[in-house]
Ligand binder design. Structure first.
Ligand SMILES: [Zn+2]
Length: 101
């Protein structure tokens, strides 16, 4: 297996009551991400620019996940309650976030 396929989760559960996104990987790693955590970690050009400008977004605690759309086999696009839907979260990035969580 290539390092890339190692980062494709074997489990992805959207807990709609709590708003948590649960991911699990074949290497045993697992993570529970909150919507504000994922929103703050958005890597779209707008959010990256804010980061470069030294003004990264700190998502409010009441931010909710409102949609999850598959992006081919490479990751997911997440939609948030603040209307932000530009964020693509590639599997390697989520795997990395799980390391840092
Ligand atoms: Zn963004």
């Amino acid at each position: 297996m290539t390092p890339y396929t190692d980062t494709v989760p074997t489990q992805l559960v959207w807990h709609q009551a709590s708003g948590m996104l649960e991911l699990g990987w074949a290497d045993g790693r697992e993570a529970h991400f909150t919507a504000p955590q994922l929103r703050s970690a958005c890597k779209c050009s707008v959010c990256e620019k804010r980061r470069r400008d030294g003004n990264p977004l700190a998502a409010p605690v009441d931010t909710a996940l409102t949609g999850i759309n598959p992006v081919g086999e490479t990751g997911v696009q997440l939609v948030f309650s603040d209307g932000h839907d530009r964020g693509i979260y590639p599997w390697p990035y989520l795997h990395q976030l799980a390391l840092e969580a």
